[in-house]
Write a protein that binds this ligand. Structure first.
Ligand code: CA
Ligand code: CA
Ligand code: CA
Ligand code: CA
Length: 283
């Protein structure tokens, strides 16, 4: 106001004041800039540290706000965890971390300004969702021992299961069966408590050898793990060569050694298996 102390007599005393209003403020625009995780491919069962970089991509600075982490798509309501930021200048970034043990089937959401404390040029770019990384189990080998069993021998089957990743695997079962549906009533199953990405596990099953039988192996036979590829979990094994017996009459002896007519004679017959396989019952 001019002449606010009214020291000057003026021709018009009614045009000395005006009002000022800032016509446009510079507003911030908070965004989730990046989300990274440790481990890089987080999977169910892992303790995962999420690092969220929040950026103010607007032209005005921001006052205090919260960043929410949640396991559902409403992170403004009862989030799993929140972190506070006191201010963020235009163009600046701020890193926040959330540590949480991942649960199978989970997805996670991050939301900037979850309590809507900051007016922004864009309120619709504040959230970001991430998924867990699946495992991929694959049967990479089936073998048996001994190499040429006889019918009736105990044969040990060894199956190699690999987790191709990228995520670690939590508990699953491996089934062994004599038909092509090892998911249904298998002969035997073996549990695996966990298998990290890139690792393999050997499992053994013992079965009495029977000619003309094939065996099937299935990883994650109870479908406990969601996987990147569900179509590489089974394999088949068949014994390719059996050892056969070769029975021969080896010796015949008598008691008495030189029997005569009328003697009561005990004949002892020794039968030998000169083959490489063992024999079943014979008469
Ligand atoms: Ca925004
Ligand atoms: Ca806002
Ligand atoms: Ca698989
Ligand atoms: Ca599976």
């Amino acid at each position: 106001m001019a002449d606010s102390d009214d020291q000057l007599p003026e021709a018009n005393e009614n045009n000395n004041s005006d009002e000022g209003t800032i016509s446009s403020f510079s507003l911030p625009d908070l965004i989730v800039y990046t989300v990274t995780s440790d481990p890089q491919y987080p999977a169910a069962g892992d303790s995962v540290t999420w690092t969220v970089t929040v950026k103010n991509s607007g032209s005005g600075s921001s006052g205090p706000f919260n960043v929410a982490f949640d396991d559902d798509d409403q992170p403004s309501l009862l989030p799993t965890e929140t972190e506070s930021v006191t201010s963020l200048a235009a163009g600046s970034t701020k890193e926040l971390t959330f540590t949480h043990t991942a649960v199978a089937g989970d997805q996670y959401w991050f939301l900037v300004d979850s309590d809507e404390e900051v007016s922004e040029t864009n309120e619709n770019n504040n959230s970001h969702a991430v998924e867990l990384s699946p495992a991929d189990l694959e049967i990479t080998g089936v073998s048996y021992s001994p190499e040429s069993p006889s019918v009736g021998d105990d044969v040990t089957w060894t199956v190699i299961v690999k987790n191709n990743g990228p995520g670690n695997a939590t508990a699953f079962n491996v089934a062994f069966d004599d038909d092509d549906r090892p998911d249904l009533l298998p002969i035997d199953t073996k549990p695996v408590s966990s298998l990290s990405a890139g690792s393999t596990v050997h499992l053994t099953f013992v079965r009495t050898a029977t000619q003309e039988e094939s065996y099937w192996f299935l990883a994650d036979s109870d479908d406990q793990l969601p996987e990147a590829n569900e179509n590489n979990n089974s394999d088949e094994g068949t014994i390719s060569s059996f050892s056969l017996p070769d029975l021969v009459v080896y010796t015949v002896t008598s008691d008495p050694q030189y029997p005569a007519a009328g003697d009561s004679v005990t004949w002892t017959v020794t039968v030998k298996n000169s083959g490489s396989g063992s024999s079943g019952p014979s008469t």
